[in-house]
Design a protein around this ligand. Sequence first.
Ligand SMILES: C[S@@+](CC[C@H](N)C(=O)[O-])C[C@H]1O[C@@H](n2cnc3c(N)ncnc32)[C@H](O)[C@@H]1O
Length: 374
Amino acid sequence: MISRVFSPSAAVRWRAAQTRLSCSAPTGEDKPRPSMMRHLTSKIKATGPITVAEYMREALTNPVTGYYVRNNMLGPDGDFITSPEISQIFGELLGVWTISEWMAAGRPRRLQLVELGPGRGSLAADVLRVFSQLRSVVGGASVSLHLVEVSPVLSRVQAQNLTGSRNQEAESEDQLVYRRGETADGLPVSWYRRLEDVPSGFSIFLAHEFFDALPIHTFQRTARGWREVMVDIDPEEANRLRFVLAPSPTPASTTLLQADERRGHVEVCAVGGVVVQQLARRIEEDGGAALIADYGHDGTKTDTFRGFKGHRLHDVLTAPGSADLTADVDFSFLRRMAGRGVACVGPVTQRAFLKNMGIDTRLQASPPTDHQGA
Ligand SMILES: C[S@@+](CC[C@H](N)C(=O)[O-])C[C@H]1O[C@@H](n2cnc3c(N)ncnc32)[C@H](O)[C@@H]1O
């Protein structure tokens, strides 16, 4: 019953400094993806303004035109780069953490390593390399790798990086495991679209820059009370979106805000809360630990919703589906959602975590290589 949560506030993702988002999208800067913009404007015309959460979910993970579903966006030629892509040491130290949690739990015979949002599969590959180097320690355990990935494009990149050609896609789309494979060391790898499809059992969960990609609801304090921020069509330009405030309380504004909230603008990632509840329940029932590494804060920040494209800040309402959308993770909210059945530690800075895991010693041992061009 161990849950470890850490937030490397200085996580490396080559992004420019944060700025406040504007309230409407500039024109002419970027050609919108026609089908995504058309899809969103028809939705808004049919049912009225949509929540920021719905906008973000559609823009990122719409099964046909979503940003993550269509793109391989990681790396120098993409829109952003992450710590595991920069140096193998990051994943190796998470491997050390994983093994130490497994040992602290009494070395269960079966160990599921579960990664949420594995990107290019680099982090998992680095963790597994540590497993193979420490075979004398982990050798007795039956280890399997479980990847929760919504993107078919990225799942193919992960499969190539982790298994070479030793993998195959499920024949029908409705299979819970949509791809299976085997690493060079013979470890089974399975791909799922949702955490709930991963089998139960002692598991170590890793989520690096996963929670920041989950949809947020945003709320504004007004003289008439809290109002949810919605996305609407700009009345002056049919192909342009703008933020508006809901005229009355919405289901989200009545359920997601804390009674003693002091901020004037608040972002709540309800989906992230549900994922953490699932992690906590699994850890309570089956044993294990979860490590959530992300940009974050402890319930203090206000307006962090932003877009990235080509390593630059990008207006969140422009060309939806063509840019990464992200919001800092509120670790105080995730802790609250984890409940009392598990112990939550952190958040701590990435620097403190990596130092505790022995980065200084690792740096002296042998020079790291990066994953670019891998
Ligand atoms: C910002 S990338 C981080 C990738 C990787 N963890 C890294 O640090 O390099 C987000 C990852 O989460 C996946 N993802 C985003 N939303 C998801 C969702 N709702 N369910 C499953 N995977 C999702 C993306 O496809 C991608 O693999």
